[in-house]
Ligand binder design. Structure first.
Ligand SMILES: Cc1ncc(COP(=O)(O)O)c(C=O)c1O
Length: 400
């Protein structure tokens, strides 16, 4: 079977360990095992774990703890997986037949778009668009493109909420529009909610769970919980659908890793979960204002909409360079890795991850700034930057 190249993942795989500054991460700074288990588990308990197979759908205690993140769910609604990427993969493999069409949100993490084309027959995109009204700007559901994308052949509607790369969260009205359309054509909704829990406000974004009987939620510990290395994700679905998807997982990785299952059980215990999300909340709120100061320094070039959730933000740029060339030149000439619009189904945008060490991120962005200024200088044009950008350029850190 031929597959499309998953451009963003491929290029991250190739380059993320070679650059001085990797600004392409989308989660918060990973936590250590010590920090995770402190006060809640004995290190010896972890060290003496037998390296056997874990229960293949996830241990009962893990599934119980995960279920408490979704009102009304029980362990029977949960299937553990190796990352939310595997959860997306097996769900779409199990649900789609040739001839089925998928309505897929764009911009996005393009995995689900690619899987729709290969397990079904096509991915019809609908868009989030920049909406500016009453002095406020947000990424909003483009209802016209959504209504076009959902037809009687649509078997699955994919939503990524909170969204990657914009950090946008759908309003209740937009969620209702999506549910109504799914009901009308009898389609499933697959809601990838891996950024839920990383809201700047500290209030959990609404989930699609419980809004309709054919909803499948995908999530995991990689982003809002700061544990991408555990490779622990899950699917929340009606019990019969969990059973069906589980039988597809028998053909992939069989079981979660036993150590990850144990650590994820600790992480998803409601008290601990609250602590972990409070940590995320404080990282996001500490870092974003400093990043925004850098962005404001290039106010004439960047158009920016504040993210609602996720340790990522996406800015539109107006510069005489294609996103692909910007991506390559930043990597090769400045040793900085970012993702750019086309990685997410967008045009002249860059996505900046701000959940890691922000001093380091700003050092990387200083290089991006130097590149921008060089580009702007061009043959005749004069560089025009504000004081904040000049401060970053000379290495003086702006006040948080
Ligand atoms: C929306 C979305 N879903 C799924 C994934 C995959 O994450 P993981 O497999 O680490 O849980 C990502 C990774 O960036 C993502 O952004």
């Amino acid at each position: 079977m031929r597959i499309d190249r998953f451009q963003m993942e491929r290029e991250q795989s190739l380059y993320e360990n070679d650059v001085d500054y990797n600004l392409s991460e989308s989660g918060v700074l990973p936590i250590s095992i010590n920090e995770l288990i402190e006060g809640v588990a004995d290190p010896d308990e972890i060290l003496s774990l037998d390296l056997k197979y874990a229960p293949s759908n996830g241990s009962p205690q893990l599934r119980e703890h995960v279920a408490t993140f979704y009102e009304g769910a029980t362990a029977d609604n949960v299937l553990a997986s190796n990352g939310s990427s595997e959860a997306n993969f097996v769900s779409m493999w199990a649900l789609l037949e040739k001839g089925d069409r998928v309505a897929c949100m764009v911009p996005n993490y393009m995995q689900t778009w690619g899987l729709g084309r290969h397990f079904g027959s096509a991915s019809d995109t609908y868009r989030l668009v920049e909406l500016r009204e009453g002095g406020r700007a947000r990424w909003a559901l483009d209802i016209a493109s959504f209504e076009r994308a959902v037809t009687r052949k649509t078997r699955l509607i994919v939503v990524t909420n909170p969204n990657n790369p914009t950090g946008a969260v759908l309003t209740e009205e937009e969620m209702d529009i999506i549910v109504r359309a799914a009901r009308r054509v009898n389609a499933w909704i697959l809601s990838d909610e891996v950024y839920r829990g990383a809201e700047l406000s500290g209030s959990l974004s609404p989930t699609f769970w419980n809004r309709y009987d054919k909803v499948l939620v995908v999530s995991g510990l990689s982003k809002a919980f700061g544990m991408p290395g555990l490779r622990l994700g899950w699917i929340i679905a009606p019990p019969a659908t969990v059973q069906k998807i589980w039988s597809y997982q028998d053909y992939t990785t069989l079981t979660p890793n036993v150590l990850s299952d144990k650590l994820a059980t600790i992480a998803m215990e409601p008290g601990k979960r609250k602590q972990l999300l409070a940590r995320t909340h404080s990282i996001l709120n500490r870092n974003l204002p400093r990043l925004e100061e850098w962005i404001r320094g290039y106010g004439e070039i960047f158009s920016y909409i504040r993210p609602v959730a996720g340790a990522i933000t996406t800015v539109r740029y107006s510069l005489p360079i294609t996103p692909r060339s910007l991506f390559n030149r930043l990597r090769l000439e400045r040793s900085v890795l970012l993702t750019v619009g086309p990685h997410h189904g967008l045009g002249r945008y860059i996505r900046i991850g701000y959940g890691y060490d922000l001093d380091r991120t700003l050092e990387g962005l200083t290089r991006v700034g130097e590149f921008i200024e060089e580009l702007q200088r061009g043959p005749a044009r004069k560089v025009k930057t504000t004081r904040a950008a000049a401060a970053h350029r000379t290495g003086v850190r702006a006040q948080a």
